[in-house]
Design a protein around this ligand. Sequence first.
Ligand SMILES: [Zn+2]
Length: 269
Amino acid sequence: MNTGANGIACRVCHSQSEALWTGTLLKRHAVRYFECTSCGYIQTESPYWLEEAYADVINASDTGIMSRNLGNARIVFATLLALGQMKASVLDYAGGYGILVRLLRDIGIDALWSDRYCRNLLARGFEFSESSQGKAITLVTAFEALEHFVSPTEELETMFSISPNVLLSTKLLPLNAPAFEDWWYYGAEHGQHIGFFRFQTLEFIAKKFSKVLISDGDSYHLFVEGRCSDVKWRFLKKSRLFLPLLIWASARLGSRTWSDHLLQAGKTK
Ligand SMILES: [Zn+2]
């Protein structure tokens, strides 16, 4: 589209994005930020520093990686229950080292891994590949990935082509955009976060892909096709329910820890 001298096209909805301010990433790049006048998405200028930012894919300041994955396993499980599809297959689209896939498989969930930018360390043998294309995936998950995507709409298009339901996590911007120095999520020290969503941005995505949006209004957002109870999802993802649900699920599903070992070791029993 035709944008003004101080604007660029929004990477989500392609409307006009207006210049906001400049922030310093990786201590040396003065980066311009823009705010979409239509969907509220805030984005950096075209990111030229990513090779440097991803010298280490998992950034060194990410100390929350393990506790976050434990929490995410709980939320995936809650989502499958809310969808009424506990035995369904899940693809972790931005699977990183494979921590979440391994945790889900330990619970008994048929989870697969994919990630174009990270090496699978913990879920080897359970990659989503050409051969698994025929498999029905009921839920695609992408935790802490949306804010990294250079082309978020295209990535979402790929995710929705794999599954009718997508569960995402990304921290939503407050209504008034915080100054660059006032919000840790801009990620000045690692430079990997290049786009920031508002609730209205998610609403735009839901409409574009004809999905129903269920969001906790903060970090977790679920796009579903058809019916899914908002109330049930919120209730099931409460942490105090996890242990009793886990015990119940273990009896119903059966952990895949040992059967996966046998499969990977090439043994039959
Ligand atoms: Zn936009």
